[in-house]
Design a binder for this molecule. Structure first.
Ligand SMILES: NC(=O)c1ccc[n+]([C@@H]2O[C@H](COP(=O)([O-])OP(=O)(O)OC[C@H]3O[C@@H](n4cnc5c(N)ncnc54)[C@H](OP(=O)(O)O)[C@@H]3O)[C@@H](O)[C@H]2O)c1
Length: 291
């Protein structure tokens, strides 16, 4: 039977969590089209047993965290809120790097204030290539964990080499890289995290909201397995990830109650060997990235 929970930063979380990136307005910028609906999605997620929510101060900016605070504070004791630092937005919604150690600290402080927390349970260091050396950033993250501002340190958008370097310096709670049926260049890292007992949390599990033609939900293999199993394409995409290994934790993003329920029901979608083999052909064999 498939495991339904996995440890994350000292708590045990359900393997299907929730990603808050779809809650702000279009382009993850500004207020939601329907604020009450966004609040309802967050409450429904927790009511349905979700205890792992992924967010960021720069979703909105500020908006996703404010919605989480308004709908869920005071937080259930088992809720693991995971935020990230390393980015910021310009006044038109452009995505900018904020990778210096002092910017990482400001990012954590902003999360503490907007989420109304004394400690953010987990903070991912969201790396942006070509910027500040990783060891300087890790020193800043470790210092903030030592001070109690963050409970666990995660990494996002890293190579296997960066992951290994970080593991030599400190414990890690999780790794969050882009990964889905059609995008598998972090496959080596998925395997390495499993061996180390570190949660792997794929972002873009459904193929993301950023592309007009969705390479996951529109893949013929996904549609074929969905027809055969009676599951929806989104459920097939999520169930495939759940079947990979027990340390894979999901944070599908949605602004819709209907999609939320559909995504949570992926927990009980069983994929047999034939379905897994067919889905394996959605993407070519994983590219081995240079460490
Ligand atoms: N570390 C990073 O750099 C990073 C980057 C990106 C994302 N993330 C995190 O990862 C989470 C997941 O990624 P994501 O939200 O960008 O992409 P995603 O989960 O792959 O896909 C979200 C898109 O799928 C749609 N969707 C959701 N459920 C659906 C369903 N059942 N059927 C059909 N469409 C469905 C959503 O639209 P509706 O709103 O209409 O449902 C939205 O357009 C984010 O929420 C965020 O927390 C992290």
């Amino acid at each position: 039977m498939m495991a339904s929970t996995y440890p994350l930063a000292g708590q045990v979380v359900g393997r299907v969590g929730f990603g808050a990136m779809q809650l702000p307005g279009p382009g993850v910028f500004g207020p939601p089209r329907d604020r009450d609906a966004a609040l309802a999605v967050l409450r429904a997620a927790v009511d349905a047993g979700v205890n792992h929510i992924d967010t960021s101060q720069y979703y909105g900016p500020d908006i996703a965290n404010e919605l989480i605070r308004e709908s869920l504070h005071p937080y259930p004791s088992d809720l693991v809120l995971v935020s990230k630092v390393g980015g910021k937005r310009d006044e038109r919604g452009g995505w900018l790097a904020a990778q210096n150690p002092d910017e990482l600290r400001s990012g954590v402080e902003e999360n503490l204030a907007s989420l109304r927390l004394d400690q953010v349970p987990v903070v991912n260091l969201r790396r942006i290539e070509g910027s500040v050396p990783l060891d300087e950033q890790l020193d800043a993250m470790v210092a903030m964990r030592d001070e109690g501002l963050i409970g666990g340190i995660g990494l996002s958008n890293v190579t296997v080499g960066e992951y290994r370097l970080a593991r030599e310096r400190t414990d890690l709670a999780c790794v969050q890289n882009g990964f889905n049926l059609a995008m598998r260049d972090s496959a080596d890292l998925v395997v390495e995290c499993e061996g180390d007992g570190v949660a792997f949390v794929p972002f873009f599990p459904l193929g993301s909201a950023f592309s007009t033609t969705n390479p996951v939900l529109g893949a013929p293999e996904v549609l074929s397995v969905a027809r055969r199993t009676g599951a929806t394409p989104a459920q097939v995409a999520l169930a495939w990830l759940l079947h990979l290994a027990p340390h894979v934790l999901l944070i599908p993003g949605t602004s819709s109650l209907e999609h939320l329920r559909e995504n949570l029901a992926a927990r009980s979608v069983d994929l047999d060997a034939e379905a897994m083999a067919e889905l394996a052909t959605v993407a070519p064999a994983p590219i081995r990235r240079e460490a």
